[in-house]
Design a protein around this ligand. Sequence first.
Ligand code: ATP
Ligand code: MG
Length: 333
Amino acid sequence: MTKQIVVSGIRPTGNLHLGNYFGAVRSFLKMQEDYNCYFFIADIHSLTTHPTPVNLQSGVKQVLAEYLACGIDPEKSIIFIQSDVPEVSELYAFLNMNAYLGELERTTSFKEKARKNPENVNAGLLTYPVLMAADIIIHKAQFVPVGKDQEQNLEMARKFAGRFNRMYNCELFPLPQPFTFDGGDMIKVPGLDGSGKMGKSEGNGIFLVEDPKDIRKKVMRAVTDAGPLEPNSKKAEAVENLFTLLKIVSTPEVVSHFDAAYNDCSIRYGDLKKQLAEDIIAFTSPIRESILEILKDEAYLGKVARMGAERARESAQKTLNEVKDVIGFRRLF
Ligand code: ATP
Ligand code: MG
């Protein structure tokens, strides 16, 4: 039986954090056993925020090492760097012709980013969902493991794929579906600064490569409130966020212990934070060591990137030729 196809990527905009791991990478590890997986480093996407060449280069190397350290296996998955596959940019150009200003402007992530950085509302930011669609459909992916923050962009990818199929009366592209680790809802790992998601650009990440003492500092500084005043009261968002992280990295016993303490008002947030910090460190430490080891081996990193690029291009070229055929780029003279 042919394996179903999976595509997902991460921007090389900083070190991977717990949100990237539990929102995306954890699913990558699961999927690489049974699916035909393409995992890439989205360096073109990262240009929306104008990294310096030096930062871009080190960011790409870092994410590649982190992918490998997390356990993505270049023998099982195709690991590649987006700009090594120029076919993606070509498909992006074609798809842009059928992506409308209104729908792009209405995208939540575009509105959010334009609001936060009004001085840099560039066309790449606007057409981000189009490039993301090209990334996915160029390999004819059926599944895309991503976090909740990408839900709408993935919907747009489905829309663009379906629109292309209808426009050219073909069934070239499957409509890519989200994939979640446990088959449940897409997840959002919160930051510890009171609200919102953990993110590389949000400046609130707890990183896989982070030193244990820095993790302890960050967790101990997490926003809370004055504590529950009545038994069984509703948790404030910042407190809920601490519990969300605890559920991700700690055992169910630990979670119920602190839940019970919250509900009978005996909770001491300091104890919860200490436990949370140690459980995060227990989880990240082996990955951190492996990242630092792999980063030293540039020959290996280069080999993985070259091997991935070759395999990804093969698949991308095949689709792009089909696309050109249906669009009408085949020379008849
Ligand atoms: P940036 O701030 O540069 O956009 P990011 O932290 O949002 O970086 P991305 O590279 O945009 O990371 O996303 C990579 C993957 O990680 C995507 O699948 C995204 O859904 C997932 N992801 C990112 N942050 C979270 C989060 N807080 N919770 C769950 N998934 C997340
Ligand atoms: Mg992001």
